[in-house]
Structure formats: C-alpha cells, structure tokens
Design a protein around this ligand. Structure first.
Ligand SMILES: [Zn+2]
Length: 497
C-alpha cells in the first residue's frame, strides 16, 4: 500500500492527512484479515521549486529538505499512522532505483533526445503551456512576458503506449477504483497520448541521467519511482518482487494522468509488472487551508483533534466522504457527525451497557445467547464492512459497522433490561450487547485504533484488539462472560454547539 510522496515545498496539510489516514485504515483492515502489509509513504524532495525555495531561505537544498521532511514524519506519528517505511527521494536507495528505471526504458528505446520548445518565464525558470499563460503570453505567477525557448530534452515516448495501456486496462477492469475515476483515466488515454519531457539541463537538484549526466531527471521519472525504490528495486537483486506489484496506490484525482497513464507505460517499457490497483480519492475541500469555527475563528483543520480526539478526527475523515468523491470539511460537520455517530450512538451504547451490567449483573460480563437476534446483525455488519473495505470505501464499511451499533441499541430498547429484576433474562440481553460491542471493537479498530482498544478492555477482553483475526473474530458467541466490565470516562464526551 502506498500514498503519494508529498512535495516538501509546502507544509503538511489536511489533504495529506486525509489520504494517509485512508491508507492507514486500509492497512489495519488488511492486517486484521491476516495479510502481510507494508505501508509506504514519504516525501518528494527534488526539483526546481525546492531548489528555489532553498535558495530563498539561504540554504542548501539538502539542508532545506532535511528540515521539512521530519514535519511530515511527525504528523504521521501524531495521527497514529502505521506506515512501515518513509522514503525520501534524496536517499541513495531512491536515486539508484531512478537510475535503474531510466536505464531500462532507455535501453528499450523508449527514451530519446528531442527538442523541447515552449514559452519560458525566466523568473520562474518554468515553461508554460498556452492554456496556462495569461493575457496571451504572460507568466501566470509574475505576469511578465514569457520568452520562446528551445532546448534539448530527453523524451519518454508515451505515444507508443496507447493501445497497450487500453488493452491492459480492458483485461484489468477493476484495477482502478472507484469506477468513475478510472473512466477518467481511460478517457485521457483515448484522447491521445503525447510524449513527455523527462529531463532538464537547467536543473541541478535531482538525479542525473545514467547515460548523459548533463541532464537531470525531471519530475515524474524521479517521483513515481519511489514506489519501487521503497521495496528495493535498483539494489541489484530481485528483492523488490517480494512486495511488487503493489496492491493499492492511493492517489488524489489531480494526479491520475501521471499515476494511471505515465506510470504503467514507464513500467511496461522497463519490463516491470504493473500495479494491481489504484484507489483514486477526491479532494477534501475546506475554506482555503483554514476552516472557521462557529465563533468565527479560523483554525487549522488539524486543530479539531483537540475537540474530537484523534480517533474522532480519523473517524470523521473516513466516514464522512465517499472515497473518490470530493468532501466538504467544516468544523460544524465534524462536530455534528461526532455527536451523532460517536457520542450519541457508540459512546452511549458502551456507557449504557456498562451501567446496566454494574446494576443488574454485579459488574461482571455475562454470556450472549447463541441464537440472539443480534447474531444476524453482526454477520451482516461484518460482511458489509469486508465488502466495502475490499473496494476501498471506508465510509460504507463504517456505515455497515455502525448498523450493528444501531441494532444493539434497538435490542436494548426492545428488552429494557434496566427495568427488569436481575436474573437470567437480563444476563442474556446484556451478554448479547457485550458480544456486539466486542465485534464492533474489532471492526472499528482500523478507523479508531485507540478507542477500539479502550472499548475492548472495558468490556473485559484481554490482549490487543489489533491482534484479532477476521473473519473468525466476527463470529457470534465468543464473548465468554465472567470478566469485569468497566464504565470509565465517556469514550466520546458530547460537544455542545
Ligand atoms: Zn514567472
């Protein structure tokens, strides 16, 4: 599983957090299924903009990136991301992989020297297409007149891959999910592919081409190759095949062309297997990079963690947006979903069960009914969640999980054990609820690892919820009873709006 590597020219923001949390939850889900997962993220550190930012800061590019990259790593720690690797494109292992991939494509005859021509802004040191220019021929950044330049660049012959790509995707129709995003990529290929420039002589901050060191690899051959570099491609062995092809590249909709068109063509050229899957997310839209609280104060989206807790924040990002669609991030949206799904639903259920067990069962958990009406609800919740995680739809997977929370609340309301005298009937109803909470703890743990563990312990389970294995752990009737049930502080204190 991979995220895009994030460009160090900007500080980490909500969009980075969103994609990385989706990948984290998927990783945790697959581990519950017993799969061996390596989850890779990292930083993209080469290129002209980094070189310029470093110069502006009076620093060497390496020193500049050495300052920014740890901010991403620190954010992943703060968000409890279970990544196994953090690759930086300035590492020797990455440069070796880029050189290897370039050489293979060059040897295959798919990289050739040609003339690159275009409108160039001297201040930006950047070419602009006619669509990007403003007022005819002015740079969109500096509004100064651009100049027509020509230079020799190496080009990747992408135009040769149209039929091969269309044929491959026809044979792998579910490789890109969701389908409507995949269709966009197919549309790009069908509209015709143009060769793209892969080198610059004006750039120094990057990986030199192995056969012509006067050129430095430009953007995509450098950045995309991180996915192979992370698993050992280019180290002179076939070790990378232990992990390659990747199961899921998680990407945003803005980089579909590069990931779903350029990248598979580059791999075909180099004789490397294509990815098994791409999961393409939308954008999480907020008002600029800031959101405003009802008080009118603009806050960093990540600051809502202070109000709803880390797992409340993770839950919101995963549950509120259908993966592939754009989401709308607002403070009011976070709080309203937190109160509805977490405080009033799961949190209330956990507190209610612990209270009744304390009053009617001496605080000791009781066993469920093997034929409980909740058994079918639990089976449906698991099957729904599994099917949706499998197609990278966390919001639907969590909705399936919450169907068991809702069914359990209804079960309690139907039996009203708090009105009954202690005895076998109450014991069975509470056993059913405890068993449902045990299964909910397992199923929600990819989204809310810490809360799931707390819930697990409060109902008297031992060990780590993350060590449970599905589908066995979702089978009804495993809550044995006999352990102390603890109420504790509210799992999700209600937020007053
Ligand atoms: Zn400019």
């Amino acid at each position: 599983m991979t995220t895009p590597i994030y460009y160090v020219n900007a500080e980490p923001h909500l969009g980075h957090a969103y994609t990385t949390i989706v990948g984290d939850a998927l990783t945790r889900w697959r581990r519950l299924l017993g799969d061996d997962v390596t989850y890779v993220t990292g930083t993209d550190e080469h290129g002209l903009k980094v070189q310029q930012s470093a110069e502006a800061a009076g620093m060497e590019p390496q020193a500049f990136t050495d300052e920014i990259a740890p901010k991403f790593a620190a954010l992943w720690d703060r968000l409890n991301i279970a990544n196994d690797d953090f690759i930086r494109t300035t590492e020797p292992r990455h440069k070796a992989a880029v050189a290897e991939l370039l050489q293979r494509c060059y040897d295959a005859g798919d990289i050739e020297l040609d003339t690159f021509a275009g409108k160039y802004c001297v201040a930006c040191e950047e070419y602009y297409s006619d669509e990007e220019l403003v007022d005819g021929d002015r740079c969109p950044i500096h509004l100064r007149v651009t100049e027509y330049f020509e230079e020799e660049n190496y080009f990747f012959r992408l135009s040769r891959f149209e039929d091969r790509l269309l044929d491959w995707y026809a044979r792998h129709p579910t490789a890109m999910t969701p389908e409507h995003r995949g269709n966009e990529a197919i549309g790009l290929i069908k509209s015709g592919l143009r060769d793209f420039s892969i080198s610059r002589t004006s750039l120094t901050w990057g990986v030199p081409l192995p056969w012509d060191e006067t050129h430095v690899a430009y953007v995509w051959f450098d950045a995309l190759t991180n996915y192979l570099a992370a698993v050992g491609f280019g180290d002179g062995t076939d070790r990378y095949r232990d992990w390659w092809p990747v199961d899921y590249h998680l990407i945003g909709k803005d980089i579909v062309r590069q990931h779903c068109v350029y990248w598979p063509a580059m791999l075909m050229s180099a004789g490397v297997e294509l990815p098994k899957g791409w999961a393409i997310g939308g954008w999480l839209l907020s008002d600029g990079d800031k959101i405003s609280k009802s008080s009118g104060n603009a806050v960093d989206p990540l600051d809502v963690i202070g109000d709803v807790g880390l797992d409340g924040f993770r839950y919101y990002l995963l549950a509120d947006t259908t993966y592939g669609n754009d989401g709308d991030f607002s403070y009011e949206g976070v709080v309203s979903r937190y109160n509805a799904d977490l405080a009033n639903n799961l949190g209330n259920l956990a507190a209610r069960v612990a209270t009744v067990v304390a009053k009617k069962c001496d605080g000791i958990g009781t066993a469920p009914d093997a034929d409980s009406a909740l058994a079918a609800a639990a089976a449906a919740a698991y099957e729904g969640a599994a099917a949706q995680w499998d197609v990278v739809q966390p919001s639907r997977a969590l909705d399936a999980t919450w169907s068991l929370v809702r069914a359990t609340n209804s079960h309690l309301e139907a039996h009203e054990p708090w009105k009954s005298d202690p005895g076998p009937a109450v014991d069975t109803v509470m056993g059913d609820a405890l068993e449902a909470l045990r299964i909910v703890a397992v199923l929600c743990s990819p989204a809310m690892p810490d809360i799931a563990q707390t819930l697990w312990e409060r109902i008297g389970m031992t060990g780590e919820v993350a060590d449970q294995r599905l589908p066995q752990a979702a089978e009804w009737g495993q809550y044995a009873g006999g352990a102390t049930v603890t109420k504790g502080e509210p799992l999700f204190p209600r937020i007053k709006v």
